[in-house]
Design a protein around this ligand. Structure first.
Ligand SMILES: C[S@@+](CC[C@H](N)C(=O)[O-])C[C@H]1O[C@@H](n2cnc3c(N)ncnc32)[C@H](O)[C@@H]1O
Length: 235
């Protein structure tokens, strides 16, 4: 998925304020589960949220992409990181909070996989634990045709990444073109990412089926794409 761009990920997303995002996550977790002290970040990517969250939580990260995990390992040192699939993993322990940020949930292939992923994450919550999921776009919020671009201009790294998006059924298909310049070379490569456009009701149903009381802030979340917060029943 990110195999060729993993080493560029942090530069491309340097416009995101991960410290502020982590502080907001911490605040909303503590508001619902005061004293929460353990956290699992599912689809942790390069570990930018965990770099902040580790200050408040004994943290674990899980991701399906070994290249992104390698970057996270360099960043996080002794934080436990696990290669795994959000649709089906079992860490054999539970957490006070589980997070799945920056639209990672969109990478699952459809409603059945969504239900499985949310149930799997919910199954890792302690009683009263909090699940925070930042969704991808819902079908009514995607605007196609679309072209997007991100530019990086560091002294020894220049990146122009452009993407187009098309929609087929409930899938959004992104074609990403990277032009990457370093002092010794300029390379071009492409990546294709497919994310499912879930209806709000499908997201809410997945949380409820997993036994969680769920709140949905449609305009909230770090990217304005919304935020789902589920709470597991108390013991
Ligand atoms: C847009 S990145 C977000 C990464 C990180 N949460 C952040 O905020 O920067 C999407 C992440 O989802 C991960 N991912 C996609 N499908 C996955 C799956 N089935 N299980 C676990 N991780 C997955 C990717 O490897 C990638 O790290």
């Amino acid at each position: 998925m990110f195999s060729r761009s993993a080493r560029l990920y942090d530069a491309i997303y340097s416009f995101k304020d991960y410290a502020a995002e982590a502080a907001a996550i911490h605040e909303l977790v503590q508001r619902r589960n005061a004293g929460a002290s353990t956290l699992l970040d599912v689809a942790c990517g390069t570990g930018a949220h965990l770099a902040e969250l580790r200050r408040w939580y004994r943290s674990v990260g899980l991701d399906a992409d070994p290249e992104l995990l390698a970057v996270a390992r360099e960043r996080l040192g002794d934080v436990e990181l696990v290669e795994g699939d959000m649709r089906d993993f079992d860490l054999g322990r539970r957490f006070d909070a589980v997070t799945c940020m920056f639209s990672s949930i969109g990478y699952v292939g459809g409603v059945e996989e969504l239900d499985r992923a949310v149930a799997t994450m919910a199954g890792h919550l302690e009683p009263g634990g909090v699940l925070v999921v930042e969704p991808w776009l819902s079908p009514d919020r995607i605007d196609v045709p679309h072209v997007g671009a991100v530019f990086v201009d560091e002294p020894e790294l220049k990146i122009a990444r452009m993407d187009t998006v098309e929609v087929s059924g409930n899938r959004s298909i992104m074609e990403l073109h990277y032009l990457v310049g370093r002092p010794d070379d300029i390379e071009h490569f492409t990546e294709r990412h497919e994310l499912t456009l879930f209806e709000d009701e499908e997201m809410l149903a997945a949380f409820r089926a997993a036994g969680l009381a769920v709140e949905h802030d449609r305009e909230g979340g770090p990217m304005g794409r919304g935020l789902y917060v589920g709470v597991a029943p108390a013991a």
